[in-house]
Design a protein around this ligand. Structure first.
Ligand code: KE4
Length: 428
């Protein structure tokens, strides 16, 4: 594979955009090398500026559930654009997608649309604090809820993991209200709640984690989390920016049969355009301005083009159980195929999978939380990533990301991918 044009474009971009990218993970820092510049995409394939074609296992980090340039979505956006691109006024379209989402997702009465998953999670936490009258939140190490200050926190020195900023610019004042727990460790959550009586507004979690690779919840973990929240007047916030409308039309709440108090969405709900959302029962959601005192706003919230893309996306997946079965089947083929190849080569590895999300970890031990995910052999992952990239297979450029399958992937694409994995495995 030649990447000449991407290299030129990266140099040009780096002169005017910090790090040459508008989102850090795209810069290949974790795997090295020069980021690939996309020119176009269609179905399961991405075409770069050098004319290379890749089978895409990122799906734009989740949104492209039905494949790139899905014709009904493209048509909906084109037709809507001809009628005006933004009004700053309510539209019937926003009501239509809100009604659709409320119908598809369990346990939500109302939904507020924003422009990103970050905005959705940030706003949900503000709402939870207002509803409970409490300040602190618990998040889990390795879970990512966007880049608002309250979430850019790492384990602090405190006996019960008081937060400390993991980014300059985040104040200690902010960090002190974010407590960090270990994913899948309910005892740790109990300790933190006991150490912070009557002060925790919410526990926010990725019900199936996708930001430390894919890490499913341990059996019973979420049920116990629900019980703890009920016992201590804490709101359970599911960050379904990745899992929403991907694991099933009702997302993780449907698949795992767990009731969250607030649910955050992004990615698929926008069909590839900038959309986030947060939702819950009326008594909580009606605290939001202009109904209630909790302020939240956005110039482009409910943007007609984004709503047209999102509504078409939801209409396309609604009631289609076969879609989710197909996605699950393809993920299982990859899981078993890659596992067999790496076993044959004698490489210690773990493959985590849930629905159409999966990740490959080069490590002996089960990957159940951030600490175990961090034990992966990143040098081997880099070779795996670049070996496949050079053979036309585009994986997430980090061992701490989940793969996202789309419905445009054919069985032939899966088989071709496994052939390339077999060839690369001999070089690791
Ligand atoms: P955005 O602000 O990027 O739309 O959503 C933030 C977010 C919130 N919650 C979860 C569970 C997420 O995975 C994300 C964003 N995911 C990353 C991928 N790990 C987006 C890719 C990127 O940052 O460029």
């Amino acid at each position: 594979m030649l990447y000449q044009r991407s290299s030129e474009l990266f140099k040009m971009a780096s002169n005017v955009i910090p790090g040459g990218v508008n989102s850090p993970v795209r810069a290949f820092k974790s795997v090295g090398g020069t980021p690939i510049f996309a020119k176009s995409a269609q179905g399961a394939y991405i075409y770069d500026e050098d004319g290379n074609r890749f089978i895409d296992f990122i799906s734009s980090w989740g949104p492209m559930l039905l494949g790139h340039a899905y014709p009904p979505v493209v048509e909906a956006v084109i037709n809507k654009a001809k009628m005006g691109t933004s009004f700053g006024m309510p539209t019937a379209l926003e009501t239509a997608i809100a009604e659709m989402a409320v119908d598809m997702v369990p346990n939500i009465d109302k939904i507020r649309f924003v422009n990103s998953g970050t905005e959705a999670c940030m706003s949900a936490i503000r709402l939870a604090r207002a509803y409970t009258g409490k300040d602190k939140i618990i998040k889990f190490a390795g879970c990512y809820h966007g880049h608002s200050d309250a979430f850019l926190i790492e384990a602090g020195s405190g006996a019960v993991t008081f937060g400390s900023p993991n980014s300059p610019g985040v104040t200690q004042g902010t960090a002190q209200d974010t407590l960090l727990a270990r994913y899948n460790d309910i005892q740790n959550v109990e300790e933190i709640i006991s150490a912070n009586p009557n002060s925790i507004a919410a526990i926010i979690i990725e019900p199936v984690a996708g930001n430390m690779g894919c890490i499913p919840p341990a059996f019973g973990f979420l049920q116990k989390l629900r019980q703890l929240c009920d016992s201590h007047g804490i709101l359970l916030v599911f960050d379904e920016v990745m899992t929403g409308f991907r694991l099933a039309e009702g997302g993780a709440q449907e698949v795992l049969a767990i009731r969250a108090d607030l649910v955050c969405f992004g990615k698929v709900i926008g069909g590839g355009l900038p959309v986030g959302a947060f939702a819950g029962r009326t008594e909580i959601m009606d605290l939001l301005a202009p109904m209630g005192p909790v302020y939240q706003a956005g110039t482009l919230s409910g943007n007609p083009l984004a709503m047209a893309a999102g509504l078409t996306m939801l209409q396309s997946i609604r009631g289609d159980k076969e879609l989710f079965n197909r996605l699950q089947h393809k993920a299982a083929l990859l899981d078993k195929g890659i596992g067999g190849i790496l076993n044959d080569q004698g490489f210690a590895h773990q493959i985590n999978r849930f629905g159409s999300m999966l990740s490959v970890h080069f490590t002996e031990d089960a990957v159940t939380d951030f600490e175990s995910a961090a034990k992966g052999n990143n040098d081997r992952f880099k070779l795996f990533f670049h070996g496949l990239l050079n053979r036309g297979i585009y994986l997430p450029p980090s061992a701490f990301e989940s793969w996202f399958l789309n419905d445009a992937l054919s069985i032939a694409d899966i088989n071709f991918t496994l052939e390339q994995v077999a060839a690369v495995a001999k070089t690791l």
